[in-house]
Ligand binder design. Sequence first.
Ligand code: GTP
Ligand code: MG
Length: 304
Amino acid sequence: MAVSSDKNTASIFRSGFVAIMGKPNVGKSTLLNTITGQKIAIVTSRPQTTRNRIMGVKNVPNGQIVLFDTPGIHAPLHTLGRFILKTSMDTVSEVELIYLVVNPASPDEDDISVINMLKDVKKVLFLVVNKIDMLRDKSALLCVIDAYRKFLNFEEIIPVSAKSGSGVDVLISESLRYLPEGPRYYPDEVVTDVFERFMASETIREKLMDYTHDEIPHSIAVDVVRWQEKKSGLISISANILVEKPTQKGIIIGKNGRTLKAAGTKARKEIEDIVGARVYLDLFIKVKKNWRKDVSALKDLGFK
Ligand SMILES: Nc1nc2c(ncn2[C@@H]2O[C@H](COP(=O)(O)OP(=O)(O)OP(=O)(O)O)[C@@H](O)[C@H]2O)c(=O)[nH]1
Ligand SMILES: [Mg+2]
């Protein structure tokens, strides 16, 4: 019997790649975590948290959506900034669909720099207005949408709250409608390509950022140097925390070592959940001047 060629048939399996783009701190990583139902990407209240491209897979009965979280786009200031911008642009070229994630507010100059990047990109584009839980006046949403429409043509405009999950189901089903008929790229059990070691270093970085607030801007890098699985099932992990200045070392250690201890304990518990085993975590702080400007240091830390 001939296979039906009707593309609207519900039994068609649709799949493809989606880039989550936007300026820093709009909730891109939170959205990836909510869509996939997993804590894949670290989230902090501070801009420019994500540094690498992070992949997450969403499986639904008739399809598979592979999403890339990207670092927030901002004016590249130093070598790390340029790596980050390149990561985002490389991702755009590989996807079928782009979410432009924005705050429920008129575009500012950072949003406009992302818009300019996307102007000549010939991909399906969704406007995802995030954080709608923060909007008291729902009519303001229409003004936001109108403001963005002046700059770009969006196939769909979807208001969501990545934090509460509101609107996320609509985003998933609409995304699927625009993806082509395609294969299951990843087996069901794969939810990310982020490996445990990287997840561990990211978790440590997230907790250090939480505990040091605005005192350590973006000067922390975490490098897992040892990962040993013992016969008892315990995983022994050593990680170096890289900072740029001796004063930052002091801030991370905190009074009587309290900050480091608290952040380390929180990170250890979360890593135990990720790896499903007991963890022994050893943290060392190293001062490496100007690591963010140093290309070889960045390569050592996994920035490609
Ligand atoms: N109220 C509210 N806050 C949100 C929502 N989504 C994300 N946030 C918060 O916004 C902040 C930034 O979230 P992230 O997911 O780290 O943002 P990001 O866009 O990945 O940031 P970068 O990686 O720095 O570009 C965090 O404090 C989140 O908890 C939302 O729907 N509502
Ligand atoms: Mg992020």
